[in-house]
Design a protein around this ligand. Structure first.
Ligand code: B4P
Length: 191
């Protein structure tokens, strides 16, 4: 199973992908986590990405595609993957289609987690308190939500046109949302 998870910051992409990966037995590839790893190690890429992420902007497409291609050609991806945080704009969606065609790993579904703006802001404020992530300050969260609206929302249209979108209600308890996802993405689990 090859999935991408779409949704605004705080919609639960990372949270749900981490749960679903065990059911599907595929790796969870989070571009945000890959970037935070590069920042923590202070690699050349990490140094470039750090300030961009702290502002809530998107890291340039060419950097993201290079990083993603090297991850998607690792051995553990042979069975499929859950891609969380990519694509974040239409150019990335087009680049991903080309890459997946080239490595003969076409996408099955694009899963969209639908969550109201007020809920997102509350969740990210809670995470800011718990984890102290550099990009969860109120100002950066506002910017990340704007970037989502302007650049990432059009990606929903990209996958809708290709009849690949699965919409999931992303509000409620983490367990309830996981159940909805499992029903939508791996119906055989219920049998
Ligand atoms: P990400 O790491 O993808 O950050 P995110 O959108 O906040 O998602 P995340 O997965 O962490 O949070 P989740 O919704 O699960 O990206 C960070 C930055 O990296 C970007 O701003 C950008 O700068 C850069 N970047 C990443 N990918 C890029 C790309 N492709 N191109 C360019 N730049 C890129 O969870 C949020 C919180 O809600 C958590 O605390 C969680 O515990 C809580 N939560 C989840 N579900 C809940 C529920 N049902 N109820 C209550 N709380 C819940």
């Amino acid at each position: 199973m090859r999935l991408v998870f779409l949704g605004p910051p705080g919609s639960g992409k990372g949270t749900q992908a981490a749960i679903l990966k065990d059911h599907l037995n595929v790796p969870h590839i989070s571009t945000g986590a890959l970037l935070r790893g590069q920042v923590a190690q202070q690699t050349a890429l990490g140094k470039k990405a750090e300030a961009i992420m702290a502002r809530g902007e998107l890291v340039p497409d060419d950097i993201m595609l290079g990083m993603l291609e090297s991850r998607l050609t690792e051995d553990d991806v042979a069975n499929g993957f859950i891609l969380d945080g990519y694509p974040r704009n239409v150019a990335q969606a087009e680049a991903l289609s080309e890459l997946l065609e080239r490595i003969e790993q076409p996408l099955d579904q694009a899963v969209l987690l639908d969550v109201d703006m007020d809920v997102l802001v509350d969740r990210l404020a809670a995470r800011a308190e718990q984890e102290g992530r550099a990009d969860d300050t109120p100002e950066t969260v506002r910017r990340r939500l704007e970037v989502y609206k302007n650049q990432t929302e059009p990606v929903i249209g990209f996958y809708t046109e290709r009849e690949m979108i699965v919409r999931i209600d992303g509000e409620g308890s983490i367990d309830d949302i996981s159940e909805r996802l499992l029903k939508a993405c791996c119906p055989s689990d219920d049998e």
